[in-house]
Design a protein. Sequence first.
Lengths: 201, 125
Amino acid sequence: MSEREVTSDEQLVVLARSGDTEAFDELVIKYSPKLYGLVYHMTSNREDAYDLLQDIFTKSYRSLKKFRGESSFYTWIYTIATNMTLNFLKKRKRRSTWSLDVIDSGLQNDQAMIDMSHIANPRHQSEVNELQKRLNEAMQALSEAHRVVVTMHDIQGIAHGQIGDILKVSEGTVRSRLFYAHRQLQGYLQDFIDPRPDLKK
Amino acid sequence: MSDSEKKVKQIIRLKRYEKPPEGFFEGFLEDFQNRREQLPAHRPEGFTAVERIKSWWNQVGVTKWMVGCGAAYAIVAIGMTWWEPKGSGSAHQKTNLSPVNHEPSKRPLEQQQDPQKKNQSPKAF
């Protein structure tokens, strides 16, 4: 990859639309990890996530001329990724085997996670793995409509209003789905939420 | 927010730290570049207009059928107006638009002969 000065997304998009493939490659490198998170949390399958990401970038490359700049490029491609992932899940007949991604070491420094010592202390790897598996199962038990709002808000930190814009639903609907999803997850994760007496110090 | 809900949100935070294994994205860009090369080559300028028309047509929805039927009807009507089948009497009328100056014949038709043939004698065999 050739060296170039740091350019904004808008500049890269303009260059890519005029035929500069390296400009689009920079966008791919920049946003593939973020979009991977969305796709992986929705599918829980690493191979599906990889293939789907390829499709997403291919489609966005072909549709680049339709990007009018009314939103940021990231919002635009994130919307494409969300729609394609939901369509993929609807078409997927059977549930693929789940892949568990590794946990980044940054978890050990997350104060919120450390405070949950009675649930899963990051310093105790086996507890974290167990929680990770259970959380994965719980997420997959949600419907796609509920899983996507949990992924976008709770995991990726996107605001309710922006989620509504991407999914083309009202902000109230987003909040309602989140509330329902949290109730569902509470049921699946009850063992971790209400610690057993023998785990208490 | 209830205590349980807070704990659920805390647990979900765990997924923020999930990441793919080392080297997962190593060949990703190359794979994408290969796919891009297989895409149709740059289209000519005029094709963009065709694409726009196609995009508009796909978005029109039910209305397109009404427009299509109306256009088809108009084409058929125009075609029937200008095209005349062979043997039709109206064809003679179409070609000669001048008003007909009709004068009834003074003699019956069978008695009307070519003046040149009038004095010819029958051929001897």
